[in-house]
Unconditional design. Structure first.
Length: 751
C-alpha cells in the first residue's frame, strides 16, 4: 500500500514547515515527521524511526496512532504474544504517523507491532517494531443470585483458553483473584457466602495484563410488598371527618316512640299542671313523671336568672289520642320550648341466646377468648383499673354475684324508683362482669368499681328514664345525690329515635368531665343508635372471631363511630371448640341465682371499651385526653386509618401504656429470630433489603403498639409466616401479608 495514495492532506514541498503554535515535544515529533519528506524519492537517504505509539495500554477494538519518521508505503502487523500467526492491520495515514485499529477479537497480552517497507532506509532497515500492551476490557457486569457475569473483550472464547499459559485468565474481586468459568462468551464466577455486601471492584487479568477497574454494587436479596389490615375493607371517612362529633340525624328512620307519652321541654316553673281542676281537661289516667332541670355548668348556687337552665317533664296518658291532643295544646303554651313523644330505648344485645347455652356453664369459664386478643392480661401488669368508678346504666346488677360483689358500690333503680338496682333480666349483670368481674371470669378492668343504675326492668325503657339515670349517675340530681360519682358511664342500650331530653342529659354529663361509652346498635345498619350517635359519646361497634377478626352482620356502623371491640357472634364457632363465639361473663342462672352466660352484641363490645378506658384513666391518662388515647392505641382495622366500619380500630389494653405504634416487616430465620427487618410505611408498603441470598426465611408482619420492641403481643397485630428464599441482587415481589389480632402466642423480639 502506498501512503501517498491515501494521504488526505496536500504534500508540502518546502524544506522548513510553518511553526504556527506548535511547540515542545509536539514540535519535535512534527519535525521528525517532516524530515521524512526530504529526499522522498530516494529512501536510501532517509532514516526511518518510530517515535511513540499513542493510547497505550489499549483494549481490543481500540484505535491507536504510531508516530515517527515513516515511509509512504508500509504494512502493519501484530505478532507474538497469544497470536499463532501474524495478524495484518489496516493503516490509515495521519499527519506525523499512521493510525490503526486493534481487532475486537484480539486476545489481551503483549504482542509486537511491526511496520515494514520494501526499500531499505539509510541505515539499511526495512522494518520498525514496538511492544504493545493489550489489556482486557470489562464492558458490563451482572449478578444472578450470587453468580457474577462479566461481558467484555480480550479473553479467550473457550474454557481451555482460560487456563492456557499464554492466555491465563483470572477474575479479580476486591483484590482476590479467582479462576472464572465461561458461559456464552461471558466470564462467570460464583461469589462465596462470606462475600460482604457493598461495592465490588472487579478486574480481569489475561496473560498478566489487567483491565481497568469495574465497579458493581453487590446487594443482598430484597423483597417488596404490602400488608393488609384485619377484617377486610371499609368505607373511608371524608378527609374532614374525625368521627364521634356529628350527631347527625340525616337519613335515619324516626325510630320507635311511646305514642301515649310526651316529654315537654320548658322553662323552669312554666309547666305547673295539671292541677285537680284541670285533670279532666287533660284526660283521665294522666301520670306525671318528676321533672328534670338542667342548668348550665356552674349555675347551681347562683342567682336564678343566670342559672335557670331548661326543664323537662314527662306526661303519660291513657291513650295516644289523648297524648296527641295534649301535645297540640302544650305547643302554644307560654314557656314551653318543645314537645315530643318519648323515645323507646332497648338493650343492644343479639337475640337467639339459646344457641349459646353452656351445659354446664362452668365448662367454658376459660373461654374468655376476647381478653388476650385485646391485650388485656398484659395490661394488668401495670394496672387493673383501681381507683376508677364506672356507672353501668342498664338492667341493674345482681348484688350477690361472687364475681361482682367486691366491685359494687351503691346505686339506684329508676325503673321502680327505689335504691335497690338488683337485676332481674341478666343483661346488666353480664355487662358489669365484662367491665369489672374478678372471680371465675374476669372483666377488662377487674380492679375498677361499678355503680349500678337500673333504668330497664326487662328489655326496654324510655329516653326520659334513661336521662334520669344519667343525671343521677353524674351527681346532677339534687334530690337523690350519688356519693360515688363515676369517671365513666357505660350505655349498652339505644334507640333509633332522637330524643331532646336524652341529648341534653348527655351534654350535661359530658360538661362534668365524665366519659360516656355507648353501643352502636344491633340492626346491622349504617347509622348509630342514640345515645352513641350524640356528639362526644365514645361509640362502639362489634367484632367477632377468636381466630380471625370480622364484623358480624348485626353490628351497626357509620358516621360518628369511634372504636371497635369484641361483641361475638352467636351463630359462629370459628375456633371449633363446640361453643358459639359469643362472650362469656357473669349472668343470672335459673331462678335468678348467680351464674354465667354467653351473650353477643354491641352491648358486649361497649363494656370492654369501658374497661379499657378505666385502665387508661387508672394509669394516669387525663380525662380530656381519654378519647384520643383510646384512638391512638387501637389496632387499626379495615382500610388504613379511621373508617366508618371500625372507627379507629380495636380498643386494646395498650391504652394503659400508650407508646408510638409501629408495624414491622421481618425476615425470620430457622430459629425464629429476625435476620432483617424494616418499618412498614404509612401506606402499608415495605421494601426489605440486605437478605442473605439462598437462605430459606419466613416473612412476618407484626405491630408494636407500646414501643417495647416485643412485636405481636396479645392485642397487637401479626401475620402468618410466609416462606421466602431471597436471591442476591434481585428484589422480588410478595403477596400482601394479612395482619390479624394477635393472641400473644407468636411474639417476636426485636433486639
Amino acid at each position: 500500500m502506498t501512503l501517498a495514495a491515501m494521504e488526505p492532506y496536500p504534500r508540502r514541498r518546502t524544506r522548513t514547515p510553518t511553526l504556527g503554535l506548535v511547540s515542545g515535544l509536539a514540535l519535535l515529533l512534527l519535525l521528525a515527521a517532516c524530515g521524512g519528506e526530504e529526499g522522498e524519492g530516494d529512501p536510501a537517504s532517509q532514516t526511518y524511526t518510530l517515535t511513540a505509539v499513542e493510547s497505550l495500554p489499549a483494549a481490543p477494538g481500540d484505535t491507536l496512532t504510531a508516530y515517527g519518521t515513516l515511509p509512504q508505503s508500509l504494512t502493519l502487523s501484530l505478532e507474538g504474544g497469544a497470536l499463532a500467526a501474524p495478524l495484518a492491520l489496516t493503516p490509515t495515514p495521519v499527519q506525523g504517523g499512521v493510525r490503526f485499529t486493534l481487532p475486537a477479537t484480539l486476545l489481551a497480552g503483549q504482542p509486537t507491532l511491526y511496520l515494514r517497507w520494501e526499500q531499505p532506509d539509510a541505515q539499511g532497515k526495512t522494518s520498525l517494531s514496538a511492544p504493545l500492551a493489550v489489556v482486557p476490557r470489562v464492558e458490563g457486569a451482572a449478578l444472578s443470585g450470587r453468580t457474577l457475569y462479566l461481558s467484555g473483550r480480550g479473553w479467550p472464547a473457550t474454557p481451555e483458553g482460560l487456563e492456557a499459559a499464554e492466555t491465563l485468565t483470572r477474575l479479580e474481586v476486591d483484590g482476590l483473584q479467582h479462576p472464572p468459568g465461561l458461559e456464552g462468551g461471558r466470564l462467570v464466577h460464583t461469589l462465596p457466602e462470606s462475600q460482604g455486601y457493598g461495592r465490588l471492584t472487579l478486574r480481569v487479568w489475561v496473560a498478566g495484563q489487567a483491565s481497568a477497574p469495574y465497579s458493581l454494587d453487590l446487594e443482598a436479596g430484597a423483597v417488596k410488598g404490602s400488608v393488609a389490615l384485619p377484617a377486610g375493607a371499609g368505607q373511608r371517612l371524608p378527609a374532614t371527618g374525625t368521627g364521634g362529633e356529628t350527631g347527625s340525624r340525616a337519613g335515619r328512620p324516626g325510630g320507635e316512640r311511646q305514642m301515649n307519652a310526651l316529654v315537654v321541654r320548658h322553662e323552669p316553673g312554666a309547666l305547673e299542671l295539671p292541677g285537680r281542676l284541670e285533670a279532666r281537661a287533660w284526660g283521665p289516667g294522666l301520670r306525671r313523671r318528676a321533672g328534670l332541670v338542667l342548668r348550665p355548668r356552674g349555675g347551681r348556687g347562683q342567682d336564678q336568672d343566670r342559672g335557670r337552665g331548661v326543664a323537662f317533664t314527662r306526661l303519660e296518658f291513657a291513650t295516644p289520642a289523648q297524648a296527641e291532643a295534649a301535645r297540640r295544646r302544650l305547643e302554644g303554651r307560654p314557656g314551653v320550648l318543645g314537645v315530643e313523644h318519648d323515645a323507646v330505648v332497648r338493650l343492644e344485645a343479639v337475640a337467639a341466646q339459646a344457641a349459646c347455652a353452656l351445659t354446664p356453664p362452668e365448662a367454658a369459664l376459660e373461654r374468655q377468648w376476647h381478653l388476650p386478643l385485646m391485650g388485656l392480661p398484659a395490661a394488668w401488669g401495670r394496672t387493673r383499673g383501681e381507683g376508677v368508678v364506672v356507672a353501668v346504666v342498664d338492667t341493674g346488677v345482681l348484688p350477690e354475684h361472687p364475681d361482682l360483689a367486691p366491685s359494687l358500690l351503691p346505686g339506684y333503680d329508676f325503673a321502680d324508683d327505689d335504691p335497690d338496682p338488683a337485676d332481674t333480666a341478666g343483661h346488666g349483670t353480664h355487662v358489669a362482669g365484662l367491665i369489672a368481674a374478678q372471680g371465675k371470669v374476669r372483666g377488662a378492668a377487674p380492679g375498677a368499681k361499678v355503680v349500678p343504675v337500673r333504668v330497664i326492668a326487662e328489655d326496654s325503657t324510655s329516653a326520659f328514664t334513661l336521662a334520669q339515670g344519667l343525671l343521677w349517675a353524674a351527681g346532677l340530681d339534687p334530690e337523690r345525690p350519688n356519693p360515688n360519682r363515676p369517671q365513666l358511664i357505660n350505655l349498652s342500650l339505644g334507640t333509633e329515635a332522637y330524643s331532646e331530653v336524652l341529648a341534653q342529659a348527655v351534654q350535661a354529663v359530658r360538661a362534668e368531665g365524665i366519659a360516656l361509652v355507648a353501643a352502636a346498635g344491633n340492626s346491622g345498619r349504617r347509622f348509630l343508635s342514640y345515645p352513641a350517635a350524640l356528639p362526644g359519646v365514645i361509640a362502639v361497634t362489634a367484632l367477632a372471631g377468636p381466630r380471625s377478626a370480622y364484623q358480624p352482620p348485626y353490628a351497626n356502623r357509620g358516621e360518628g363511630l369511634w372504636l371497635s371491640a369484641y361483641g361475638g357472634d352467636p351463630g359462629a364457632d370459628q375456633d371449633g371448640d363446640g361453643v358459639c363465639d359469643a362472650l362469656l361473663s357473669t349472668d343470672l342462672a335459673a331462678g335468678g341465682q348467680a351464674g354465667y352466660g354467653l351473650r353477643a352484641g354491641t352491648s358486649m363490645a361497649a363494656p370492654l371499651v369501658s374497661g379499657v378506658a378505666a385502665l387508661a384513666l387508672a394509669s394516669g391518662t387525663r380525662p380530656d385526653l381519654l378519647r384520643p388515647t383510646l384512638a391512638g392505641t387501637a389496632a387499626d382495622l379495615g382500610v388504613l386509618g379511621y373508617d366508618l366500619d371500625f372507627g379507629h380500630g380495636l380498643a386494646t389494653g395498650r391504652a394503659a401504656t400508650p407508646g408510638t405504634p409501629r408495624t414491622y416487616l421481618l425476615a425470620l430465620g430457622d430459629d425464629g429470630r429476625p435476620v432483617a427487618w424494616t418499618l412498614v410505611q404509612p401506606d402499608l408498603s415495605y421494601t426489605l433489603s440486605n437478605l442473605p441470598a439462598g437462605q430459606p426465611l419466613a416473612l412476618v408482619a407484626a405491630s408494636d403498639a407500646d414501643g417495647d420492641r416485643r412485636l405481636g403481643e396479645a392485642g397487637e397485630l401479626i401475620s402468618a409466616p410466609r416462606p421466602f428464599t431471597p436471591r442476591a441482587g434481585e428484589t422480588l415481589g410478595a403477596e400482601p401479608l394479612a395482619l390479624e389480632v394477635a393472641d400473644g402466642g407468636r411474639e417476636v423480639y426485636l433486639f
